[in-house]
Design a protein around this ligand. Sequence first.
Ligand code: CO
Length: 289
Amino acid sequence: MSTLHLSRRVEGLIAGQATSDGAGVKLTRVLTQDLQRRLDPFLMLDAFGSDDPNDYIAGFPDHPHRGFETVTYMIAGRMLHRDSAGHEGLLESGGVQWMTAGRGVIHSEIPQQTDGVMEGFQLWLNLPGRDKMNAPWYRDFKAADLPRFVTTQGVTVIVIAGESQGVSGAVTRTASAPLYLDLHLPAGSSIEQTLALQHNAFVYVYRGEVRIAGQSVPTQRMAVLANGGPSDSVLIEASKDAKVLLLAGQPLKEPIAQYGPFVMNTQQEIHQAIQDFRDGTLGERVISP
Ligand code: CO
């Protein structure tokens, strides 16, 4: 273990809330609305995973977004995305879809399977006020397109956003400066990741169990990492095989006004989003398959 860095400690463990969204997709909302200020610039993290098609088959038919970005990471399964900006993409196991809603998209996310496991995550990343009304942006990354490397200890690091040990991620953002890593740790391994002092950070364990700065974090728990002090990294150790998401970002420190799928700075902007959606000027509806 390096003595050059001091790991952040775990401030709290979060179990999340069981809920459903879209047309009845069962999921766990890991990062809930009450944590938006604490984990700014992140607004939401949903974890979905089931081998029962009744839990996912209806998917997410046409619905709008404005004012932030959605990042969907499929661990297993196939989902088809279509949106009002003309983007279409098939999201498959290990792939990432990054969508900047900006001033508005209407999209659908529909499973392309009738059985088997569907598992993954959807993250909502806020945009600064000056970018909320930008044009929509969209990219699909197949599993093979995501930057990845293996450490000397055998830890696989998939760099979805940000940078790890000199490897740049698939997506970079200036204002929120997100770090989004998927870490696969074999039993007995550890990894230390540098974190900017002022960034908010958390870890979600989706397989196995890890220790962070000595504290145990069990499976399906989010560990909020403490800010402040001289801690400029996080040390994650696995006594058995584990897989975790590590996220960090630059807080935007702006007011957050949310109404469902619209996240703006003021209530006035929320009313405008609702009006634009009703008027059909937020985006054209797409026909769900
Ligand atoms: Co959506």
